[in-house]
Design a protein around this ligand. Structure first.
Ligand code: CA
Length: 248
């Protein structure tokens, strides 16, 4: 696992690379660093997923053939957590690629590839993400009788009452809801919502506002639970639908 950090590391896009072939990983990471990306390399899918709950990368590069987990499962997990992905597949198998894209991969390259081609794909994914940040994705989440309309910044209660959300609340709710029963740390959430502050309480304050709106008893939350010492967990299962038919 190698971390490359420059003095202006916080201005760079962080790319996580999960690849069990060290030679391929080295080529990818070296090329990315030449183009001013910061990289972290993982040999196993499990290592990557654990790291992603602590630190959110701008994009993950995923080799589908991993020694521990099925690359497609890793992809599905990352998609649920709202992490952008570029798939590297050595299988050259159309079915895998189609599956990859259906599971939410943002792009893919087939081995052997020109490292610069991969860099170009990453740059284009990042540009696309900047244009359509998560609010504006046209999605609606349905959980415990509630409907969360991401674009409209609104919640509709089980009794049909509409409650407005601030953009910041909607962003946080979307990240929590997409993580689907996974505990997310405050650091991860701060990163994910792009909060300017690195002050832990930013997330706690937003969670508490969301609970006032969502929970039957905000003191005894059933939907957004606190996991002591770890972070927060969205405890309802969520079904996502698309309002406008836009990707993601
Ligand atoms: Ca492999």
């Amino acid at each position: 696992m190698g971390t490359h950090q420059g003095t202006d590391a916080q201005l760079r896009d962080l790319v996580f690379v999960v690849e069990d072939d060290d030679d391929v990983a080295r080529t990818i990471c070296d090329t990315l660093r030449k183009f001013e990306y910061e990289t972290e390399h993982f040999r196993r899918g499990g290592e990557l997923l654990r790291r992603v709950t602590r630190k959110k990368p701008s994009v993950c590069i995923i080799d589908l053939g991993l020694p521990d987990l099925d690359g497609l499962d890793v992809l599905r997990n990352l998609h649920e957590m709202g992490v952008a992905t570029v798939v590297v597949t050595g299988r050259g198998d159309v079915t895998d690629r189609v599956l990859g894209l259906e599971l939410g991969a943002d792009d893919y390259v087939v081995k052997p590839f020109e490292p610069r081609e991969l860099v170009a794909r990453i740059a284009s994914v990042l540009r696309r993400l900047q244009r359509s940040s998560s609010v504006g994705s046209g999605s609606a989440g349905h959980f415990s009788g509630w409907t969360f309309d991401v674009d409209a910044l609104s919640l509709t209660s089980p009794t049909g009452k509409t409650i407005g959300l601030s953009r910041a609340e909607a962003q946080l709710l979307e990240v929590l809801a997409r993580a689907n029963n996974r505990v997310l740390s405050r650091d991860f959430l701060l990163d994910a919502v792009g909060a300017a502050s690195t002050f832990d309480r930013t997330i706690d304050v937003r969670v508490s506002r969301l609970r006032q709106k969502l929970e039957r008893d905000p003191q005894n939350p059933e939907i957004i639970r606190t996991v002591y010492g770890s972070g927060y967990l969205f405890a309802s299962s969520v079904q996502w639908t698309r309002r406008g038919g836009l990707p993601r």
